[in-house]
Design a protein around this ligand. Structure first.
Ligand code: SF4
Ligand code: SF4
Length: 355
């Protein structure tokens, strides 16, 4: 049974091809400006040398920011679910995940079957993300792959007042001009980022066993600092950057076996910031695409489109996802001023809000 998972992230796109329970190929490519082309190129690379074509792949699950733009995907599933699923394939004992991606960080609690129990996401600020580290590597003129080792060679980390991408860049340039060593600057930034990650993790629950996924988990300096801050030895898999794509491939394998639980069909849209958690969850297993939620929303947040199985499903419009708190006063506030709102009109009880 040949299946595949593809993770279209903001900076890198990953694909994993599996033959039953074995990974037969995995690739990591840069994400280009067009998600459709990126997905096609990434999958073509993953199939290179396997003797397989896309027609041989029975089921493809897409995840990541660009998951809705993968034309050959049979289904798309949130990266939060896919990271939890993927990492428990390596380490069934993992209960706490820190996913450090290209433009956001997520703290996730999961159970032994890789089901998400709780999560929190910070995608409002670039500080501490892959993009942020790329920017700092450019400023310091050090190859990105070397910044982890460089930080480990620091003798005196420099304290940073902020990891706001704009101010931290200015601070780093200022230190550089004053002759501070690059190693000490990087170690100071790692310290600040690790503190911030610890605060994110505290908002879920820090349990043994703990892991780090995403591209930043390859940065040895950052891992060392997180180990120190969190006080736990992280379990690190062979390639933490492909965990989301692996989880997607495992969901694809489930689908071929006729497995699909209600939890796995819940899609979360939104973000967390300092003021709260703004997620609208749509249970696509329940939603029958009746469309009643679309006209009642005064902010036009919803639309109905073909889901992974080709059936009509409600979803949150792309342009609304990053400003849900601005567009939606929250279910209870909306309930007071409207006779009908999305949750009240939904005959399937498929919509829920966190605020
Ligand atoms: S609670 Fe009101 S504003 Fe918010 S999504 Fe539902 S209908 Fe739209
Ligand atoms: S009202 Fe409920 S069942 Fe109908 S499209 Fe919206 S979410 Fe789906």
């Amino acid at each position: 049974m040949i299946v595949a998972g593809i993770d279209i992230g903001s900076r890198a796109s990953k694909a994993v091809v599996m033959d039953d329970g074995t990974i037969i190929s995995s690739v990591i490519c840069d994400t280009g400006p067009e998600s459709v082309k990126t997905s096609q190129m990434t999958m073509a690379k993953a199939l290179e040398g396997t003797g397989l074509s896309l027609d041989d792949v029975q089921y493809v699950v897409a995840t990541g920011y660009g998951r809705v733009l993968v034309p050959f995907a049979s289904e798309n599933i949130s990266e939060i679910s896919c990271h939890a699923r993927g990492i428990t394939w390596y380490f069934p004992s993992v209960r706490t995940i820190l996913d450090m991606g290209g433009q956001d960080c997520k703290a996730i609690n999961c159970d032994g079957d890789g089901r998400v129990i709780n999560f929190i996401m910070n995608d409002k600020c670039a500080g501490g993300t892959g993009r942020f580290l790329e920017m700092i590597a450019e400023v310091l003129n050090i190859p990105l792959a070397e910044i982890g080792d460089a930080a480990l060679n620091s003798s005196q980390p420099i304290p940073f007042n902020t990891i706001c991408a704009v101010f931290a860049k200015s601070e780093a340039i200022g230190y550089l001009r004053r002759g501070v060593s690059k190693n000490d600057i990087l170690a100071g930034l790692n310290e600040a980022i690790a503190t911030r990650c610890l605060n994110l993790l505290k908002r879920v629950s820090i349990e043994k066993d703990f892991t780090i996924t995403g591209g930043i988990a390859k940065n040895k300096g950052m891992v060392a600092k997180l180990r120190e801050k969190v006080g736990l030895e992280p379990l690190l898999c062979e390639d933490p950057q492909i965990v989301g794509a692996l989880g997607a491939a495992l969901f694809a394998r489930d689908r071929c076996r006729g497995i699909g639980t209600k939890d796995e069909s819940r899609i979360h849209y939104g973000y967390s910031d300092g003021t709260g958690n703004y997620f609208i969850t749509i249970d696509t297993g329940q939603c029958d695409g009746c469309g009643r939620c679309v006209p009642v929303c005064p902010s036009g947040i919803f639309e109905v489109a073909a889901g992974g199985d080709g059936q009509p499903k409600a979803r949150v419009k792309d342009e609304a996802r990053k400003k849900l708190a601005l567009l939606c006063p929250g279910f209870y506030a909306c309930n007071r001023c409207l006779e009908a709102n999305c949750q009240r009109v939904c005959p399937k009880d498929a919509i829920s809000h966190t605020w």
